[in-house]
Design a protein around this ligand. Structure first.
Ligand SMILES: Nc1ncnc2c1ncn2[C@@H]1O[C@H](COP(=O)(O)OP(=O)(O)OP(=O)(O)O)[C@@H](O)[C@H]1O
Ligand SMILES: [Mg+2]
Length: 245
C-alpha cells in the first residue's frame, strides 16, 4: 500500500533522517518506537506534506507522489481541535469538508463518542474538557476521515492507565471494523506489543530503524503469552543497549 524509499528530511542542514525506508502493506498495524526527539513526528509530517521532504520516494498504491496529503487520516501529536467549535462540530469537520451526508455522519460520531466515553460532552468546547478527552475527540475526528491509511502520533499518551487500556482494545476493534492500515507512534512497549503486527525500533537522531519485530499472534493478545513476553524481553534488552526510550 505504502512504500517509502530513501526518504530524507533536514533541519538547519542536519539530517533528522536520510535514506529512510518504510514498507507498509495493506491491513497491517505497524508501530514506531523511538526516543523523544528522534524524528517520528517529522516523519509523519513529511509523509503527509505538512513539511516538505528533501529527498526520497513516496509510492502510494503504485503511484509516486510528493506526499500523501489527505489520502491518509493523520492524528497529530497535538490535538489541533478548533477552540471555537464544540467537540461534536470538531469531530464532524471531515464529513462537512467532504460534503458527506451530515445526518449519517452525526449518527456515526455519536456512536463513536459513546464508545470513547465522550457521550454527554458533545456540545462542550475543547477548553471545557480534559486533555485526555480532547485527545479522544481528536481520535474520533481522525476516524471520521475514514481513510484506508491512518497515521496516529501518540494517540493515547494523555490518558490514564484504565482509559488507555480500554481505548487500546477499541483501536483494535476499529481497525477491523474500518478495515484500516495503521501506522502508530508510541513510547509504550506494552501498547506496541498489544496492538502491533510489526514493531520498528528507532535510533536517536538521525533516525533509522535499528530492529523490526513482527508478531504473528492473534488479537486480542494476552500479556502472559510466552511469545509476547519473549518479544518484550528482546525489545527492552535492545532499548537498554541502544539508549532508546
Ligand atoms: N520545524 C522545525 N524546525 C527545526 N527543527 C525541528 C522542527 N521540527 C522538529 N525539529 C527537530 O527535529 C527533531 C525531531 O523532532 P520530532 O518532533 O520529529 O521528534 P519526535 O521523535 O516526534 O519526538 P517526541 O517523541 O518527543 O514527540 C528534533 O531535534 C526537533 O528539535
Ligand atoms: Mg513527536
Amino acid at each position: 500500500m505504502l512504500q517509502v524509499t530513501d526518504l530524507a528530511k533536514y533541519y538547519d542542514g542536519q539530517p533528522v533522517f536520510s535514506g529512510f525506508d518504510l514498507h507498509l502493506p495493506a491491513g497491517r498495524f505497524q508501530v514506531l518506537l523511538g526516543p523523544s526527539g528522534c524524528g517520528k513526528t517529522t516523519l509523519f509530517n513529511t509523509l503527509t506534506g505538512v513539511t516538505p521532504k528533501d529527498a526520497g520516494d513516496i509510492v502510494w498504491q503504485g503511484e509516486t507522489m510528493s506526499h500523501l496529503g489527505n489520502l491518509c487520516a493523520y492524528m497529530h501529536q497535538k490535538d489541533l481541535l478548533l477552540p471555537w467549535f464544540s467537540l461534536m462540530d470538531n469531530a464532524l469537520l471531515p464529513a462537512r469538508t467532504r460534503g458527506l451526508d451530515m445526518a449519517a455522519a452525526r449518527e456515526r460520531t455519536t456512536q463513536l463518542f459513546f464508545r470513547l466515553g465522550l457521550a454527554g460532552f458533545e456540545s462542550h468546547r475543547p477548553h471545557q474538557v480534559s486533555g485526555g478527552m480532547r485527545q479522544r475527540c481528536a481520535l474520533v475526528r481522525t476516524l471520521m476521515f475514514d481513510r484506508d491509511l491512518t497515521l496516529l502520533d501518540e494517540p493515547l499518551s494523555a490518558l490514564d492507565a484504565i482509559t488507555r487500556q480500554r481505548l487500546q482494545h477499541l483501536l483494535l476493534l476499529l481497525q477491523t471494523e474500518f478495515s484500516k492500515t495503521i501506522l502508530m507512534i508510541t513510547h509504550d512497549v506494552d501498547e506496541a506489543l498489544l496492538l502491533a503486527d510489526d514493531i520498528f525500533l528507532l535510533s536517536p537522531l538521525p533516525m533509522a530503524v535499528t530492529r523490526c519485530f513482527s508478531l504473528a499472534l492473534p488479537k486480542p493478545r494476552a500479556f502472559d503469552d510466552p511469545l509476547l513476553l519473549h518479544t518484550k524481553a528482546e525489545i527492552l534488552g535492545h532499548l537498554e543497549k541502544g539508549g532508546v526510550s
